[in-house]
Every structure is written in C-alpha cells, then in structure tokens.
Design a protein around this ligand. Structure first.
Ligand SMILES: [Zn+2]
Length: 256
C-alpha cells in the first residue's frame, strides 16, 4: 500500500480520464491520494473529489504562492469553513516561490503567514511549497510556525537545508520524481532523513518520474519514487511503501 501525499488530480489535465486515473492508482496499490488546492476553486474541487472517493482521496485547502495575489481574508474564511470537513486533512499548498515569482515577494510572505495562522487555528498540518526561497521559509517558520506540523513537499534542497527543515519537529520531507533524476543532492538527503519523517508524492500532473515516458504524471507513478527511495536506503519497496504510508497516515490523520 502506497500513499501519494501530493497530487493535483483536480486540475483540468485530468478532466478526460480522472476516474480511470484514480482507479488505476488504486489497483496499482496507491490506495490513498492527498489532493492539495492551489486556490479557492481548486481547493473546493479537491474537496468534492474527496467526498466522491471516501477513504481514497483526501483534500487540502490553500493558495499556492503562484496565486498568492488571489488570497483575501474572505478566501481564508472559506478555507476555515472547509477545514471542518473530515475530508480536508491539511492547509495547503502554500509557500514561497522565488523561482517563478508569479506573485510579489511581500504578498507571498503575507499569504504564507496567513496560512500558518489557519493551520494553527484549524489544528491541521501544513503542506509547504519551497522554491528558491529556503531561507525565507525557515525564517517565517521560526517566527510564526512553532508547534505546527506539516510537510516540505517536493523537497529540492541540499543536506544542510534538509537539516534546517527537520529542526521543526512536526515536519516531514516529501520526495517526488526529482529523486529519480540526476544531478541533485536528493539521494544524499534521502539517505540521512529519519525514516519516520519521509513521505513520497508525485506532484501530478507535473514532474514525470523516470522511467515513465508519458508527458503527464499521475498518482500510480509514485511507485517509481518509492522504488528509488528503497534503492537508496537499501530497503525493499514494500518496506518503504509501509513506512511512508504510515507516516502520511499519522501526519494527515488518514486513519488505519
Ligand atoms: Zn503541488
């Protein structure tokens, strides 16, 4: 049993075959999928998918840093309401993206703070997106994130950055298809991270893992990430699947 801890199956790229994609994942052993929202509309859609697939699809409510300018207090109130639904298991995804910088830096930082507050008030874990923004994320978490829990999704940093992230007791690192690519520090990070603090994800429809040759990623392919992680850790794929699934269940409260 595998958990894809981060897949945007609500996006239009799954409109033609969404049910088949969820079914294929389930039959392939990916029995749970967490779908984080990127804005109010996608968070709502993720929630509707979760309601339609109880115990299989779970939703998170939040505004992606790319869309940070769409976040308002009113949007925050809607997230707060949605967080009462049992299918909403996290606040996110939110974060800072200074690589694409599609929203101004100060707006991203303010919206980041608002989401930390939401996570605190709703007692939910955070799903955090970090791209070329590690130092700011750590600074904001140190100032406003004490006692919170969550995940650094699609972790892409080096060992030193991973250590800084892991200083936040309640946080885990999630590995995506980037782990299967050459030329980054991720294998080293995957080797040093404590077993009880790692997750796997696809970030579908983005980040196609090797050796898949398709253009679109989907939750079933999380098995490639698990295989790579197992190889790096010298464990069986089954063990990695069990460990990461139980970490995800514990972090997001997915039940047995
Ligand atoms: Zn994402």
């Amino acid at each position: 049993m595998l958990v894809d801890s981060h897949a945007h199956i609500d996006t239009p790229r799954f409109n033609v075959d969404r049910e088949a994609v969820i079914q294929a994942a389930f039959e392939g052993g990916v029995t749970r999928i967490v779908d984080p929202g990127c804005d109010l509309a996608s968070s709502r859609f993720a929630l509707s998918l979760a309601k339609a697939h109880p115990g299989v699809v779970f939703a998170a409510a939040g505004t992606h840093p790319h869309d940070a300018t769409t976040y308002t207090d009113e949007v925050g109130l809607h997230y707060r309401e949605m967080a009462r639904e049992p299918e909403v298991v996290a606040i996110g995804e939110f974060g800072l993206d200074y690589f694409r910088m599609l929203s101004p830096r100060d707006v991203q930082r303010a919206v980041f703070g608002a989401h930390l507050q939401l996570a605190r008030d709703c007692n939910l874990p955070c799903i955090i997106h970090v791209r070329d923004s590690h130092d700011d994320v750590i600074e904001l978490l140190r100032a406003h994130g004490q006692g919170l829990r969550g995940v650094f999704h699609c972790f892409s940093g080096n060992v030193k950055q991973a250590e800084e992230c892991l200083e936040f007791d309640g946080f885990m690192l999630s590995f995506a298809g980037t782990l299967t690519r050459q030329g980054n520090a991720l294998p080293e990070v995957a080797r040093m991270a404590p077993l009880d603090r790692i997750l796997v994800e696809t970030d579908s429809p983005y980040l196609v893992p090797q050796p898949s040759r398709t253009k679109r990623n989907e939750p079933l392919f999380v098995k490639h990430v698990a295989e790579k992680l197992a190889q790096i850790r010298g464990m069986s794929c089954k063990e990695i699947a069990q460990v990461t699934a139980s970490n995800a269940a514990r972090l997001f409260g997915l039940g047995e």
